[in-house]
Ligand binder design. Structure first.
Ligand code: ADP
Length: 349
């Protein structure tokens, strides 16, 4: 590169001497050809330097940055050759590495939060059980009624612990993708009709309102694990019972088809969820009113489990809510390409 000005000077001197001291024609032509080849070589080298050597050295600098663990590196360029494509691929790779790094950081933070939540949620009922047991042992509960009352609190807390451990166990298995899904191809209308009849019966027994409409014109098929889908629906309907009014609870369910999905809409009249909290209800351990919901066997895992179960089927769950009116949960499951049931029995969910 340093030689280039010298080289340029020599060419100028040659041109000058050709004009100043003209010799034979042949020699002039030869000189001319020589000078032209030199000029061409000079231009070619400049082109190579701009289009190849410089981009490669920038690429090399980028690779060094990646090796140092700096994934924020991005090579700006306007080269439109193979090296340019290589730089684009490099930028793409660096962006992916950065994404992975962010995901890993989030995962690590989630893991820490999860351990803190589990420890807290296990500790609370255990402390309560311990406290009430000590009270009974120390004779604080003087009357048999008081003792029975304390024992009931102990029983409630053990039930809660049991539920929490079950949910945690299922969640851990879902996380490690160790939940076995027994997929079957079944007519969704017939499956839902049976399921909703069960819920309708349960609601009637409790004195609540329940209404189900099937708006599907034909009975399409779904590939799904009926027990797992039942569990997801049960978690959502169970929430309406848990968080709804003691009297006057009403549930409207509707089955319909939309863009290749079968949708089950569950609308309740439970006092709604505040708009700022709505996006968080599917997060693990998220409870709107942690203190109040403890009495209701709330682990904060029900909706996140439902979401994981439905997503494992290639579907999704959405929720809308209006304070004072109620909430609407929609489960969407992709329709099957198959038109034949694999199993005749579909009533046993
Ligand atoms: P849990 O298993 O403890 O019920 P979820 O994950 O199912 O936890 O629900 C998370 C939170 O969302 C609950 O704390 C509850 O406050 C709120 N929630 C869930 N469903 C409803 C509903 N239908 N109406 C109002 N709030 C609800």
């Amino acid at each position: 590169m340093i030689l280039r000005p010298v080289f340029f000077l020599v060419i100028l001197m040659l041109i000058y001497s050709m004009i100043r001291f003209p010799v034979s024609r042949v020699l002039t032509v030869l000189f001319g050809v020589f000078i032209l080849t030199q000029i061409f070589q000079l231009l070619w080298m400049t082109h190579l330097e701009k289009r190849i050597f410089k981009p490669i050295s920038r690429l090399q600098e980028g690779v060094i940055e990646i090796a140092r663990g700096n994934y924020q590196v991005k090579i700006e360029h306007n080269v439109c050759n193979e090296i340019g494509f290589l730089m684009d691929s490099f930028n793409h790779m660096a962006a992916k590495l950065r994404e992975n790094e962010i995901r890993e950081q989030e995962y690590e933070e989630n893991r820490k939060a999860l351990i803190a939540n589990i420890s807290h949620d296990l500790k609370t009922p255990i402390t309560a059980i311990q406290g009430y047991m000590e009270a009974i042992e120390d004779g604080v509960a003087m009357s048999p009624e008081k003792t029975a009352q304390y024992l009931q609190v102990i029983r409630k807390n053990t039930e809660y612990l049991n539920r929490l451990i079950d949910d945690l166990f299922l969640f851990a298995k879902l996380d490690m993708q160790q939940v076995e899904f027994r997929m079957e191809t079944l007519p969704v209308g017939a499956y839902m009709a049976d399921l909703m009849a069960e819920f309708s019966f349960e609601f009637q027994e409790k004195g609540f309102g329940f209404h189900y409409t099937n708006q599907m014109t034909e009975d399409d098929y779904l590939d799904f694990d009926r027990k797992r889908v039942y569990q997801a629906i049960r978690n959502i309907i169970g929430n309406a019972i848990k968080y709804g009014p003691q009297a006057g609870l009403k549930l409207d369910t509707r089955l319909y088809k939309q863009n290749g999905y079968v949708c089950l809409e569950i609308t309740d009249n439970v006092p709604g969820i505040p708009a700022d909290q709505l996006p968080r209800i599917f997060e693990r351990f998220y409870r709107i009113d942690a203190e109040r919901t403890k009495d209701l066997m709330s682990t904060g895992l029900g909706l996140s489990i439902a979401k994981e179960l439905i997503e494992a089927h290639g579907g999704r769950i959405t929720a809308t809510s209006a304070i004072g009116e109620g909430s609407c949960f929609t489960l969407m499951l992709p329709l099957s390409d198959k038109k034949e049931p694999e199993d005749e029995a579909y009533s046993n969910y």
